[in-house]
Ligand binder design. Structure first.
Ligand code: AMP
Ligand code: MN
Ligand code: MN
Ligand code: MN
Length: 278
């Protein structure tokens, strides 16, 4: 069985529709797919009906979400797996996050204006196509408008950690996101732990706070990563008695390092999070 438990659609900053995501997942041999769009669950129902209407694809869609939070001034992502999309607590959290994204987009645009990037809010809106705005939409605009050569450069110069467009002040604590997920019957998972540039000491501080707040799992495998990273995260899962998750963090067929369903398997000593799916 192949599980991909971290993926995005055009309901947040991904490229594909939920239906196309399900088709690609099936083509790539994924059996269990979790949709985990940023701060929203809008694509889940469409993906589940796509999976149910073509049983030949043999794929199960798990309802999920990826909440943006901040911890000690850093942007940290908490995935919720197997949530109830109709939960009032989850919906309240989503409402708050959507408002934060809306306000934050205006702040990002103001800050970009100051470093010479004009009309960024209108530009980003054009790429978000009605979805809540994220930094990749600003990056797309900056590429198209000729300010940078590619998305990577947009993050490196303007949107990445510590740059003008990196606004995380409005995000809630990790505790709050964990509450929203748990209240909706979901499993809180620390997303892509290797992406935060933390020392081992800081990672273990984060995991202490995460588990104290009710966090239950960690992405031991996130996309294509070295076996050294996998070993380190499997050890962290052991040390904190956390369940292990795995996923591509798929956004677009153009990003080879986040290919849907394509990464090394969880180490056998890990206790997989899907044992809790029921
Ligand atoms: P936001 O949700 O607005 O904070 O934007 C974060 C998103 O930006 C992540 O989920 C990724 O999809 C994307 N991202 C972050 N860093 C990079 C990068 N260096 N290059 C391209 N996309 C990135
Ligand atoms: Mn993203
Ligand atoms: Mn993330
Ligand atoms: Mn993600």
């Amino acid at each position: 069985m192949l599980y991909d438990l971290h993926t995005h659609t055009h309901c947040s900053d991904g490229q594909l529709s939920p239906q196309d995501l399900v088709s690609l997942a099936a083509a790539n041999g994924v059996n269990v797919l979790a949709l985990t769009d940023h701060d929203c669950v809008d694509g889940v129902i469409e993906a589940q009906s796509a999976a149910n209407s073509d049983l030949a694809q043999n794929i199960t869609v798990i309802a999920g979400i990826e909440f943006s939070t901040q911890w000690l001034g850093r942007g940290i992502h908490i995935v919720g797996l197997h949530v109830d999309v109709h939960s009032a607590d989850l919906q309240a959290g989503i409402g708050q996050q959507q408002q934060t994204r809306h306000d934050r987009a205006a702040t990002i645009a103001q800050r970009l204006e100051k470093v010479g990037i004009a009309n960024a809010l209108e530009g980003a809106q054009q790429y978000a196509k009605g979805a809540a705005i994220g930094r990749p939409h600003f990056a797309q605009y900056m590429v198209e408008a000729g300010y940078v050569n590619n998305m990577g450069q947009a993050f490196k110069k303007y949107l990445g950690s510590g740059k003008a467009g990196d606004v995380k002040q409005g995000w809630p604590s990790i505790d709050r996101a964990i509450e929203w997920i748990t209240a909706s019957g979901g499993i809180p998972v620390l997303a892509h732990p290797d992406k935060y540039d933390l020392t081992r000491t800081k990672l273990y501080e984060l995991l202490t706070d995460f588990t104290d707040a009710g966090g239950q799992a960690i992405e031991v495998v996130s996309g294509k990563q070295t076996s050294g990273v996998t070993d380190k995260m499997a050890k962290a899962a052991d040390d904190f008695s956390l369940l292990a998750s795995c996923g591509s963090d798929f956004h677009s067929p153009n990003y080879a390092w986040q290919a849907l369903g394509q990464y090394s398997p969880l180490p056998s000593r890990c206790k997989p999070v899907w044992e809790r799916f029921g």
